[in-house]
Write a protein that binds this ligand. Structure first.
Ligand SMILES: Nc1nc2c(ncn2[C@@H]2O[C@H](COP(=O)(O)OP(=O)(O)OP(=O)(O)O)[C@@H](O)[C@H]2O)c(=O)[nH]1
Ligand SMILES: [Mg+2]
Length: 557
C-alpha cells in the first residue's frame, strides 16, 4: 500500500493518486479548509504538469549542428546502429527515438513527430540493458533518447520546433564539434535562444579525438565561457569521441542521473500528494453515520401533525358519516344532511375544485384551506429535524456537522408548501361502499311501503267517512292485522331501525376510511420528508464518504 520515500513511484500511480486527491477536494468542497484545498490543488497541478504527456519517462534530446556526431552518439548509447550516420550532410532529416522502457510512449512520440522508434530491451545474455553501459553505471530505464534533425539546416520554423521539443525534454544536450563549437550563429540559434529553459544545461564537444588533450581542455574552457555569455552559467561540458569511446561513459552516467532525477522528483511529488491528503484527512471522520430510523419516524410524525393530517383524518371520518347518513338514513329526514356543510369541502380537500386536472397538476395548482400549523407543531418539526441531523452528523468534524444541519433545514417556506401540496395531491376519494346502495334501496322500498300503507289507510278513512264500505270490502289482513297497517307501521319502524343500524355501521366504516386516508397521507408526507430533508442529508454524507475514500486512495501512493 503506502510506499515510503525512496521507493520508485510509477507515473501511473502518481497521477492516479493526484486524481484521487483532486476528486477528494472536489467532493469535500467547502467542508475542507481553504488553505489545505489550495495546497492540494497546487500539488495536483504540479503532478499533471509533470506527468501529462511524458508520464514516467525522461526525455533527452541530442541537438546541434549538422555533422557534429549526434547520430553517432545516439547509436553508441543505444548499442546498435539505429540512426543513420553519413558523410552527406545533413544525414538525419526526421527525429529518431530510442526508448528504454516497457511503458507505452506512443502519444509522446506522436506529439514530438518522431518517425523512427527503437525499443531498447535488456539483453538477458549480457545481463544489462542494451547500450554500451557496463559495470556500475546507472540505469537508463525510463529514458527516451531523441536524435533530432539538425535544426539549423532546416527551413524556417526550426526554432519553433526546438521550442516545442523543449517543452517536454528533461535534458537538452547540445552536440557540437571542434570546428563549430564557437560558431556565433549556432550559439545565438541554440544556446542563447533556449537559455531561459531549465533543460538546457549540457553541451557535448564531440570528435575530441581530432584534438590533443591540451586543445580539448582549452576548447572545453572556451565553450563553458561562451555558454556563460549565452546565459547558461555553470554548464556541463563533456568532451566525447565516438571513435575512441572517450567520454561516452560519462555521458551515459549523466543521462542515468537525469533518469534518476526524474524518478526522485516523482517520489517527491508522491510525498507531496501524501502530505496534502494527510492534511485533509484530519477534516473527515473515519466513517459516516446513517440517517437514524427512529429519528426519521419521529420526523414523519411531526411533519404529519404540522401538515394537518389529524385534521384531515377527522374530516374524512365526519365526511364519511355524513355521506353514509345521506344515502342510508331515514328517507323522510335525510335531506337535512344535504344542507349541512361537508368537512372535506370546507378544507378544499374533496377534490371538487380541480376535478378536471390530473392529481399532480392538482397538487401544483391546488392549495388546501387547512389552518396553518400551530407553533407547537412547528416546534416539534424543528426538534425532530434537529435530532435527525444531530444523529446523522454525530462524530463528523464541524464543517460537516454544519452542512448536515443546513441540508436538514431547507430555508424559507418550501417545506410548508411541499407538505400542503402533498396533502392536496393525495387522493382522498374511494368507492361508494356497496352496503350504502343496498341499504339505500331498502330504505326506498320501506318508504314506498309507508306511503302505500298510508294512502291505503287514508282510502279506508275516506271510504268509511262516505259510508261506501261495501264497495271495496274489508282490507286484507296479515294474521289479525290489516295489511295497510302492516305496510305503514312496518315501513316506519323498519326504516328507523335500519337508519340506526346504518349509523352504527357508518361509524365503523368512517374509522376504517380514516385509517386508510391516514396511511395515504403519511406516505405522501414521507415522500416530502425524503426529498426535502433525508435526501439532502444523505447527499452530504455521501459527499463525506467520497471525500474520505478519495483521500485514502491519494494517501496510499
Ligand atoms: N573522428 C570522429 N568522427 C566522428 C565522431 N563522431 C562522428 N563522427 C563522424 O562524423 C560524421 C557525422 O556524424 P553523424 O553522426 O552523422 O552526425 P550528425 O550530427 O548526426 O549529423 P546530421 O544528422 O547531419 O545532423 C560521420 O562521418 C561520423 O562518422 C567522432 O567522435 N570522431
Ligand atoms: Mg544525424
Amino acid at each position: 500500500m503506502g510506499s515510503s520515500r525512496g521507493v520508485v513511484v510509477s507515473a501511473e500511480h502518481l497521477s492516479a493518486a493526484a486524481t484521487a486527491l483532486a476528486s477528494a477536494v472536489e467532493a469535500g468542497g467547502d467542508q475542507l479548509p481553504v488553505t489545505e484545498r489550495e495546497r492540494a490543488h497546487a500539488v495536483v497541478a504540479k503532478v499533471s504538469e509533470r506527468t501529462a504527456l511524458v508520464g514516467g519517462h525522461t526525455v533527452v534530446a541530442l541537438a546541434g549542428a549538422t555533422g557534429s556526431g549526434k547520430s553517432s552518439l545516439f547509436n553508441a548509447l543505444v548499442g546498435t546502429p539505429v540512426a543513420t550516420v553519413g558523410v552527406r550532410r545533413p544525414t538525419t532529416s526526421t527525429s529518431t527515438a530510442a526508448v528504454w522502457s516497457d511503458e507505452p510512449v506512443g502519444d509522446l512520440l506522436d506529439w514530438l513527430g518522431v518517425g523512427t522508434r527503437h525499443l531498447v530491451t535488456p539483453d538477458p545474455a549480457a545481463g544489462h540493458p542494451g547500450g554500451r553501459h557496463e559495470g556500475p553505471m546507472g540505469s537508463l530505464d525510463g529514458l527516451v533518447l531523441l536524435d533530432l534533425p539538425d535544426f539549423d539546416s532546416r527551413q524556417t520554423g526550426n526554432r519553433t520546433e526546438a521550442e516545442r521539443v523543449l517543452e517536454l525534454v528533461d535534458l537538452f544536450v547540445w552536440v557540437t564539434d571542434p570546428q563549430k563549437y564557437a560558431d556565433a550563429r549556432l550559439h545565438d540559434d541554440y544556446v542563447a535562444a533556449l537559455a531561459t529553459h531549465e533543460a538546457v544545461t549540457m553541451a557535448v564537444l564531440n570528435q575530441a579525438d581530432r584534438l590533443t588533450a591540451d586543445e580539448v581542455a582549452q576548447c572545453r574552457a572556451d565553450l563553458v565561457r561562451l555558454m556563460e555569455r549565452d546565459g547558461v552559467p555553470r554548464a556541463t561540458v563533456l568532451a566525447t569521441s565516438v571513435t575512441t569511446g572517450d567520454g561516452l561513459d560519462e555521458l551515459h552516467q549523466r543521462l542515468a542521473n537525469a533518469v534518476a532525477g526524474r524518478t526522485m522528483s516523482r517520489a517527491r511529488l508522491a510525498g507531496d500528494v501524501r502530505a496534502a491528503a494527510g492534511a485533509l484527512t484530519g477534516h473527515v471522520a473515519e466513517s459516516e453515520p446513517a440517517v437514524d430510523g427512529a429519528a426519521r419516524s419521529e420526523l414523519l410524525d411531526a411533519l404529519a401533525r404540522s401538515a394537518g393530517v389529524p385534521t384531515v383524518v377527522l374530516a374524512v371520518d365526519r365526511d364519511y358519516r355524513m355521506e353514509a347518513a345521506a344515502s342510508t338514513g331515514w328517507p323522510f329526514t335525510r335531506w337535512v344532511q344535504r344542507l349541512r356543510p361537508r368537512p372535506l369541502r370546507r378544507l378544499r380537500l374533496d377534490g371538487r375544485d380541480v376535478r378536471v386536472t390530473e392529481a399532480d397538476v392538482r397538487s401544483v395548482l391546488g392549495r388546501s384551506s387547512l389552518p396553518p400549523p400551530s407553533p407547537a407543531a412547528r416546534a416539534a418539526v424543528d426538534l425532530a429535524t434537529r435530532r435527525l441531523a444531530d444523529r446523522a452528523s454525530a462524530s463528523l468534524p464541524h464543517p460537516w456537522t454544519d452542512a448536515v444541519e443546513r441540508a436538514a433545514d431547507p430555508p424559507g417556506p418550501s417545506l410548508g408548501d411541499a407538505l400542503d401540496r402533498a396533502v392536496v395531491g393525495t387522493s382522498l376519494r374511494s368507492r361508494v361502499p356497496i352496503w350504502w346502495r343496498a341499504v339505500g334501496l331498502a330504505q326506498l322500498l320501506l318508504a314506498v311501503a309507508v306511503v302505500a300503507g298510508f294512502l291505503w289507510l287514508a282510502l279506508y278513512v275516506v271510504v268509511g267517512w262516505a259510508q261506501l264500505d261495501q264497495v271495496i270490502g274489508d282490507a286484507p289482513t296479515l294474521g289479525i292485522v290489516p295489511v295497510p297497517l302492516v305496510l305503514f307501521a312496518g315501513g316506519l319502524l323498519g326504516g328507523m331501525l335500519l337508519a340506526l343500524v346504518s349509523r352504527w355501521l357508518a361509524r365503523i366504516g368512517a374509522r376504517r376510511r380514516g385509517r386508510v386516508m391516514n396511511t395515504r397521507l403519511r406516505t405522501s408526507i414521507d415522500a416530502v420528508a425524503q426529498t426535502e430533508i433525508v435526501r439532502p442529508v444523505e447527499r452530504v454524507l455521501e459527499r463525506h464518504a467520497a471525500t474520505r475514500l478519495a483521500l485514502s486512495r491519494a494517501a496510499a501512493v
